[in-house]
Write a protein that binds this ligand. Structure first.
Ligand code: T5A
Length: 212
């Protein structure tokens, strides 16, 4: 039996780290303990090097929006081919901190890159590979950024303007409506309430996937 791929998505400060721990706890409670954790961009040596450039830039050279997009896909395919697919084939379950939905929201919605270019690139690089389930933690950009800022220094993307994050948020919501593998969690609630929502969604989904 191959494993399943669950991606956690949302704006900065949405609570993805906490959600990942909740998902792992629930899977463990259902005897699914062989887990592979990933983060994007990142998760392999080459992908982590690209993450560093994407988040921090290099030598003050302007990073163009298209180059950013291409680096994200380079990092993603390194991770999929070298980590995610081998883990799934070995029967592991993969919990991903972000995946392609982030690119659709940030580079498609936020950066407003051309839709046809983005769709072509996605199809060429990913084919039909996608998460079995995506938990999208929905938070308004103001609240999410407030949480993220209270943690310290902001990276290159976190320094974008509020209208950028509003477009990202809008695109996340649009895409969540179009895809039944994406489940929306109200991430503005308390940590305990968010964990309860995730538990309900996950148990409902698990009962449809495997006999638990
Ligand atoms: N990016 C990424 C793209 O532009 N395109 C892409 O394709 C991809 C893959 C990645 C950056 O790259 C961009 C998006 C990002 O800008 P990252 O560090 O991986 O960077 O992602 P971030 O979103 O920046 O990670 P954060 O750590 O900011 O977000 P989290 O993980 O959602 O937030 P978390 O869990 O650390 O929580 C933040 C704070 O809020 C508190 C936590 O305790 C913590 O202090 N908190 C809550 N407080 C109150 N109530 C709750 N319910 C709370 N939940 C958490």
């Amino acid at each position: 039996m191959t494993g399943k791929f669950i991606a956690i998505e949302g704006l900065e400060g949405a609570g993805k780290t906490t959600a990942i721990n909740t998902v792992a706890r629930i899977l463990n409670q259902h005897d699914i303990g062989d887990l592979q954790f990933t983060r994007e961009p990142g998760g392999t040596p080459i992908a982590e090097a690209l993450r560093n450039i994407i988040k921090n830039g290099l030598d003050n050279e302007p990073l163009t929006d298209k180059a950013e997009l291409l680096m994200l896909y380079a990092a993603r395919i390194q991770l999929i081919d070298n980590v995610i697919k081998p883990a799934l084939h070995a029967g592991k379950w993969v919990i991903g901190d972000r995946h392609d939905l982030s690119t659709q929201a940030y580079q498609g919605g936020g950066r407003q890159l051309d839709k046809v270019f983005m769709m072509t690139l996605k199809e060429q690089v990913l084919g039909d590979f996608k998460p079995d389930l995506t938990l999208y933690l929905d938070i308004d950009p103001e609240s999410g950024l407030w949480r993220a800022r209270s943690r310290g220094d902001l990276d290159r993307i976190e320094q974008q303007s509020l209208p950028f994050f509003k477009r990202v948020h809008q695109r996340y919501l649009e895409l969540a409506k179009q895809d039944e593998t994406i489940r929306v969690v109200d991430a503005t609630k308390s940590i305990d309430n968010v964990a309860e929502q995730i538990e309900q969604i996950l148990i409902d989904w698990l009962t449809k996937q495997v006999n638990i």
